[in-house]
Design a protein around this ligand. Structure first.
Ligand code: CMC
Length: 436
């Protein structure tokens, strides 16, 4: 058994320190003892963008970026996508185990029961401009839920927390569907608790005058699989936002609104919308090489490519490619898939992408499916946010129950001015007079 410690010699003082290693990690606080003298604050680590810093211990999602492995609570994503419903996976992420038949029935009933929103939600939804971006609408309406449920502030009570978790998972599709219909000027459709989670969402989006909307089962299953693939992805930008904001003990609705805001950026969940715009701009296969050249010269980014953790094929992208073919059997082929497939082929054989280990990520193919199903590109990130809500809430709950967690508060390295005296406004700009 090797000695699980790290020996550090501080050449400034010639002192030697022994730092414990656990799970391939040292604790940053163990470095604080390394000082040049009593006045010294102690050694810190500098890690902009958290390239090499674990901010928590988590038992929810396992990701091996070099091998292209993704597991929820130990179960391979491929098996969950094949055999589960989204709500079954949601239960797994939140409770740690797959539900029994009875548990799943109760859980589904509870979530669907909470799909309804207060009538006033419709009123402030109406206040948004007709072309408001749906992610902006979602951020605002989820934050507004905290005004309807003041009990949500009681984050220390596990029973109360569970109630808010169910509320938010239940209401996300309703808010998203209301935003969609508001944009089109269509009347809102109330949730139908008799339907499954994705079928109900499709009902609220697309029901017109028929008494009962019946979603195409292939499309409903495809959406279910896409929701499963997006449900969690350990400490990504939006989940880190959820944990950081939640660590201040803000209520879960305000906290989730912050996570949705983080998701909306084009380097994170907003990438799926950008991929479609990029494919539109490329327009035809013969223009791919010229586009790839622009990317290699740093003028553009190949959206839907690259990942902080995956340095191998994103396993979710592989499943999504298969789902795309199933969806096209129903909807007809989205011609953008052929441009995307060719773009992937050309990129994966190019030295630029090989050297940097850039592979298609989850966002590369998802938008093509969503578009074939009838969604407009500005809805794509919303379709990421609905299922990711489960992951955010699971991670939030884990953070609150972790005795090691405290309010998130990083350090900085100050690089600004040293102390200087105030300069009256009449003397500013006259450096000599001001004595500077
Ligand atoms: N197109 C062209 N070059 C790229 C790309 C790309 N999509 N991604 C990374 N690179 C290059 C980057 O320029 C850098 O090159 P160099 O070493 O010469 O400076 C190298 O690859 C390493 O990239 P990085 O920016 O240091 O990597 P990162 O871990 O900081 O960024 C990323 C990860 C996902 C933000 C980035 O790959 C990216 O911007 N991708 C496009 C946006 C995208 O698809 N985002 C969705 C991510 S997956 C789902 C999600 O999280 O929502």
């Amino acid at each position: 058994m090797p000695n699980e410690t790290l020996t550090i010699i501080d050449n400034r003082t010639e002192q030697t320190y022994s730092i414990p290693i656990s799970r391939g990690t040292i604790r940053a606080m163990d470095l604080r003892q390394i000082k040049t003298g009593p006045e010294d604050f102690g050694l810190m680590t500098y890690d902009p963008a958290f390239m090499n810093t674990a901010s928590c211990q988590s038992a929810i999602t396992y990701l091996d970026g070099d091998k292209g492995i993704l597991r929820y609570r130990g179960y391979p994503i491929e098996q969950l996508a094949e055999h589960c419903t989204f709500l079954e996976v949601a239960y797994l992420l939140l409770h740690g185990e797959l539900p029994t038949t009875e548990e799943l029935e109760n859980w589904s009933c509870e979530v669907m029961h909470h799909a309804m929103t207060h009538e006033n939600v419709k009123k402030f939804m109406d206040g948004f401009h007709h072309d408001a971006h749906p992610m902006g609408v979602l951020i605002s309406t989820v934050a507004a839920l905290s005004t309807f449920y003041p009990d949500a502030r009681n984050i220390g009570d596990p029973k109360c927390r569970r109630k808010q978790i169910i509320r938010l998972i239940g209401k996300m599709p309703t808010l998203a569907a209301y935003a969609y219909r508001h944009r089109l000027g269509l009347p809102y459709v109330y949730p139908d608790p008799d339907l499954g989670y994705t079928q109900n969402y499709m009902n609220m989006l697309w029901r017109r005058t028929e008494p009962k909307y019946a979603a195409n089962p292939v499309l409903a299953r495809a959406l279910e699989v896409l929701f499963i693939l997006h449900a969690d992805h350990e400490q990504n930008c939006s989940t880190s936002a959820m944990r950081a904001v939640g660590s201040s003990q803000a209520d879960p609705f305000a906290t989730a609104a912050a996570a949705i805001a983080a998701l909306s950026g084009p380097l994170h969940g907003g990438a799926n919308e950008e991929v479609l715009r990029m494919l539109d701009e490329i327009g035809s296969k013969d223009r791919i090489p010229a586009f790839v050249e622009q990317v290699k010269y740093g003028k553009r980014k190949l959206m839907g490519f690259g990942h902080r953790v995956y340095k191998n094929y994103d396993p979710r992208a592989r499943i999504i490619k298969r789902v795309a073919e199933e969806v096209f059997e129903v909807t007809g082929r989205n011609p953008k898939i052929d441009i995307a497939l060719d773009l992937e082929r050309i990129a994966l054989s190019d030295e630029y992408f090989i050297k940097r280990k850039l592979y298609p990520n989850v966002d590369f193919y998802s938008g093509i499916i969503y578009q074939a199903m009838g969604f407009t590109p500005d809805q794509f990130t919303v379709l990421f946010g609905i299922p990711r809500t489960v992951g955010w809430l699971a991670q939030w709950q884990e953070m609150l129950e972790d005795p090691e967690q405290k309010i998130a508060r990083p350090r900085q390295i100050y690089t600004g001015q040293d102390k200087r005296d105030f300069v009256p406004i009449t003397l500013r700009g006259q450096r000599e007079l001001a004595g500077v």
